[in-house]
Design a protein around this ligand. Structure first.
Ligand SMILES: Nc1ncnc2c1ncn2[C@@H]1O[C@H](COP(=O)(O)OP(=O)(O)OP(=O)(O)O)[C@@H](O)[C@H]1O
Ligand SMILES: O=P(O)(O)OC[C@H]1O[C@H](OP(=O)(O)OP(=O)(O)O)[C@H](O)[C@@H]1O
Length: 230
């Protein structure tokens, strides 16, 4: 059997992950046609590549179906309850930086901080007779953050993509989403609250704490960790 390494199957996250491993002597590649999700590992024996959606890597690590996985810290913390009991971060990879933030319409001139948002939420409820809606796919992280910040008068609306568009579409009053350049927020006339972000995320290599490892796999893992300077 081999050590299973889960890596994002497409886009910049996949390319940068391949570069990161490649520069350490572990060559990862996709094999077959452009659309076939098969991969190869060269430079070390006993490691197999599993190409997965970045969003599924946390669950695969927590189920022990892969031994190692690269994904964003945001996805690990959102998708795994008590994440630190299930996975161990081995290395921050220095790319895929993004902040999980709360943003409101730029036209809300009185709202710049979480305290302002709390006041606006209470006012919104008394004027509109319903709770202010915050669109996000990060339900757990946003709830925990707002609870800690003392904001209670809101309702989360699920948005799995194009979240910044929900305000113009009148399905939410505010959003909580990942941003890196801030361009998507600006283009959608939204501004970030000035408080610290909900989470600063980057691509990280995680080890499953639950995946079973044979003696031979344990040796392979040690060799791999040496090659990766871990
Ligand atoms: N604009 C961005 N800049 C940098 N990193 C980003 C950006 N948007 C998302 N990310 C990061 O990339 C990772 C993957 O995000 P995403 O949610 O798009 O993956 P996914 O759910 O696997 O996508 P898909 O379902 O399309 O395969 C996350 O950790 C996220 O923080
Ligand atoms: O700050 P920026 O550099 O503008 O990047 C932020 C955008 O990138 C991500 O979206 P993605 O492209 O992954 O699509 P999604 O909306 O489907 O999640 C994120 O959800 C933001 O929408």
């Amino acid at each position: 059997m081999s050590i299973k390494l889960g890596v994002p199957s497409k886009g910049r996250l996949m390319e940068k992950t391949f570069e990161w491993f490649g520069s350490r002597g572990v060559a990862l590649s996709r094999t077959g046609s452009d659309r076939e999700y098969a991969g190869a590992v060269e430079g070390i024996d006993g490691v197999s590549l599993v190409l997965l959606s970045a969003g599924e890597i946390p669950r695969e690590l927590a189920a022990g179906r892969i031994h190692l996985g690269v994904t964003g810290t945001d996805l690990i913390r959102e998708k795994l309850v008590r994440w630190d009991q299930k996975v161990e971060p081995l290395a921050e990879l220095g790319f895929g930086h993004a902040d999980l933030i709360l943003a409101v319409p730029s036209a809300w001139v009185d709202v710049d901080t979480l305290d302002d948002l709390d006041a606006a939420a209470a006012a919104f409820r008394s004027v509109h007779g319903m709770r202010m809606r915050i669109a996000t796919k990060y339900h757990r992280l946003v709830r925990d953050y707002l609870r800690a910040g003392g904001v209670a008068d809101y309702r989360l609306v699920d948005s799995q993509g194009a979240t910044e568009g929900t305000v113009a579409n009148l399905t939410a009053e505010a959003v909580a989403d990942i941003t890196s350049t801030g361009e998507t927020l600006r283009a959608n006339h939204l501004k970030v609250l000035t408080d610290a972000p909900i989470l600063r995320s980057q691509a990280t290599l995680f080890r499953s704490r639950v995946a079973e490892v044979s003696a031979q796999e344990d040796e392979t893992m040690a060799t791999l960790c040496r090659m990766l300077d871990l």
